[in-house]
Design a protein around this ligand. Structure first.
Ligand SMILES: Cc1cc2nc3c(=O)[nH]c(=O)nc-3n(C[C@H](O)[C@H](O)[C@H](O)COP(=O)(O)OP(=O)(O)OC[C@H]3O[C@@H](n4cnc5c(N)ncnc54)[C@H](O)[C@@H]3O)c2cc1C
Length: 495
């Protein structure tokens, strides 16, 4: 489709058109409806609503008001941490401080304040959308229920969702006001939706080679050969359309990562993932393809160090002794979320490990020389790394990267293991520039009348890396920005 040249097969008139039926789009639609909006049409490119909101846990607070799935931050958020205070004001202040410290005040402080404040009311708002059955805890609280609750609430509110309909162009009138969008249906027909307000929430650009080459730190020629993408491959449609419509860039783009992953290990909760991932098993060691340690493996934020590596690739190594100790003693529940207690985290792990060894994806060898040879590293370098690390373990002090003493276990019991790993990425954040009403700004920092954005398409929330220490930052702020947009969409924007 060449937007603008084809005569629309059908024209719709609505109060509001929303591009993207994910977290930001649906929370905006539900809020706008409850504020009295008339016809709302939500366009969704894929065959079903949900977007990446199908993945995160349902971000509810417990009865004491404390967020159930608080933050990722080194998994060490302890009782007494202000982010877990029963007082929502204390929590909001702590999350604000946390986000601003993380981005070194490069983020948009007013925007972040608006998002953390709104975030505190997300749980109560979500509960109003849920039936008594939805409120009964179930395994899909961890994945799936959130998107279902939002979709159901949209339908109950009379929001019209057009799936397999891809927005292509934002329409503007002669005064510069956004007046709707042109979209393409699955049959290749052009449709036009005229609306007083248009919201963009298309979930970032992780699937766009063009935008990844432009924004991804240390981009390699084809990043899709290197990194492991865990979510939907959104192509930055809303960002490109907004730029075409005169929107400005905030200049901040961040990449949301998950823990290190093996691209072949598709199940993020499999027993083998639990053995290999540093959040669960910080006793593993990470080495570069040359065989040198490069990070404190017990620190979740050290995932950022993987960006620096050639092809974002490294090796996870451990020995039989560390493996046995870990599987016998189990993970450290002082630092892991409580909901993991009692789950069969390692059932069948030896079988899974064996299968991957047989498939050649994990190397097992009687000597570190054998491991080095498989990795293509100089055996002397890898042996030095192990000798140095074992010395740190003996002294209970990692003189290189200060890994927590409790996580230091020397590697002296063969056989020895290695698995190739890579950076795992979830979504991109930014860079569309918005104000605290989620109005898109033009290059003079003036709101473009009738045009809004929400979710991860908006910039100003992070600087170069994702502020994982702020509670539920991603889904929490995607919902919050959608809800704020929903409160303002009906007003139609303007200065
Ligand atoms: C694997 C994974 C796990 C995650 N886990 C967590 C977690 O534990 N905690 C947390 O806080 N966050 C988590 N997140 C992040 C969270 O899912 C996002 O913050 C949130 O979904 C972003 O909302 P959004 O509306 O911006 O994008 P989405 O929810 O992805 O919605 C965007 C929608 O726009 C649609 N779209 C795109 N282009 C067009 C077009 N041209 N026309 C019409 N529709 C279009 C897409 O198909 C999609 O449905 C996770 C993400 C992933 C991928």
């Amino acid at each position: 489709m060449n937007p603008g040249t084809q005569k629309p097969a059908k024209v719709f008139d609505a109060d509001i058109v929303i591009v993207g039926c994910g977290a930001g789009g649906m929370s905006a639609a539900i809020t706008a409806k409850s504020n009295g909006a008339g016809r709302i049409i939500v366009l969704e490119k894929l065959s079903a609503p949900g977007g990446n909101a199908i993945f995160p846990p349902l971000p509810l607070n417990d009865a004491d008001g404390i967020p159930r799935f608080a933050c990722m931050d080194d998994n060490r958020v302890k009782k007494g941490d202000p982010r877990l205070s029963p007082d929502p004001r204390v929590r909001a202040d702590a999350n604000f401080n946390c986000a601003m410290e993380w981005n070194h005040w490069r983020g948009d402080a007013r925007l972040i304040r608006a998002l953390v404040n709104k975030f505190e009311t997300n749980s109560d708002w979500l509960k109003t959308l849920m039936t008594p059955e939805d409120l009964i805890p179930s395994p899909d609280d961890m994945r799936g229920k959130l998107a279902r609750v939002l979709t159901k609430a949209c339908k109950n509110a009379g929001v019209e969702i057009l799936c397999e309909t891809s927005a292509k162009k934002i329409l503007k009138n002669e005064t510069g006001r956004a007046t709707g969008v042109l979209a393409e249906t699955k049959d290749g027909n052009t449709i036009q939706i005229n609306a007083n307000s248009t919201l963009i929430s298309t979930g970032g650009f992780i699937g766009s080679q063009e935008l990844m080459n432009k924004y991804f730190n240390y981009a390699d020629e084809n990043i899709y050969d290197d990194v492991c993408i865990m979510g939907l491959l959104h192509t930055g449609d809303g960002i490109k359309m907004a730029f075409d419509a005169g929107a400005a860039s905030d200049g901040t783009v961040a990449f949301e990562w998950e823990m290190n992953r093996m691209p072949w290990l598709k199940n993020p909760a499999s027993p083998l993932t639990n053995l290999l991932n540093n959040d669960m098993n910080p006793g593993v060691v990470w080495v570069t393809p040359q065989g040198e340690r490069f990070a404190d493996e017990a620190k979740m934020n050290a995932t950022n160090s993987i960006y620096r590596l050639k092809n974002k690739t490294f090796y996870i190594i451990f020995d039989e002794g560390q493996k046995k100790k870990f599987l016998t003693e189990g993970p450290d529940f002082d630092i892991l979320p409580d909901f993991l207690r009692g789950l069969p985290l390692f059932a069948g792990v030896e079988k899974e490990l064996q299968e991957q060894i047989e498939a050649g994806r994990i190397k097992v060898a009687d000597t570190w020389d054998g491991i080095a040879e498989w990795m293509g590293a100089d055996p002397a370098v890898l042996n030095n790394t192990i000798e140095e690390y074992n010395g740190f373990c003996d002294n209970n002090y990692d003189a290189m990267f200060l890994k927590r003493p409790k996580t230091l276990t020397a590697f002296r019991t063969g056989p020895f293991y290695a698995a190739k790993s890579t950076l795992a990425m979830l979504v991109t954040r930014g860079p569309l520039k918005v104000n605290t009403k989620m109005q898109l700004l033009d290059k003079k920092d003036e709101p473009i009348p009738g045009l809004y954005a929400a979710g991860v398409d908006i910039g100003g929330t992070d600087s170069d890396t994702y502020a994982c220490s702020a509670a539920c930052h991603s889904i929490g702020w995607s919902l919050a920005s959608g809800r704020i947009a929903g409160e303002n969409l009906l007003k139609g924007g303007g200065r």
